[in-house]
Design a binder for this molecule. Structure first.
Ligand SMILES: [Ca+2]
Ligand SMILES: [Ca+2]
Length: 154
């Protein structure tokens, strides 16, 4: 039997296991984290360093068709879908400081939403699409929860 080239191995590695709480699918052995569902349940947005640098990816819920949405030397963790599924909020230090950004679901038009010296991270969209809650680092072991009111919300 021919061995599977490593570059494709993660695409076909779909382990299924179960315990008393249900079944889980381990979709990829790469260093992937920060998963979030699209509102229609068809996709999962997540963070991965599979290309050597933390970026945001979108894949179908079965792990197929992964697509990189960001391409920047900075770290880009914690993506979150807007409730209508058209935009994705995320965290990035691409401007030298952790800030909240949003982009279209195809990765286009990344826009910075915060501009504070404090570290701003972990955005979560409100169900009405008009606000984003996030955490702001204040000092060691202390974060605040902040809410951003979006100007161009639906
Ligand atoms: Ca990056
Ligand atoms: Ca900041």
């Amino acid at each position: 039997m021919k061995s599977i080239p490593l570059i494709f191995a993660w695409l076909v590695w779909l382990a299924q296991s179960s315990n008393e709480n249900g079944q889980y699918l381990a979709i990829s052995p790469a260093d992937d984290n920060s998963p979030a569902w699209s509102p229609d349940g068809k996709h999962i947005v997540f963070e991965s360093n599979r290309d050597g640098n933390e970026e945001i990816y979108l894949m179908r819920a079965d792990g197929s068709e992964p697509r990189r949405l960001t391409n920047h030397a900075a770290s880009e963790p914690w993506p979150s879908f807007s409730p209508e599924g058209k935009r994705i909020a995320f965290t990035s230090n691409r401007d030298g400081n952790l800030e909240i950004y949003a982009m279209q679901r195809d990765g286009s038009k990344p826009t910075r939403l915060t501009n504070e010296a404090a570290r701003d991270l972990w955005p979560m969209w409100s169900p009405d699409g008009r606000k984003i809650a996030f955490a702001r680092f204040v000092e060691a072991r202390k974060y605040d929860i902040c809410v951003l009111l979006l100007r161009n919300a639906p």
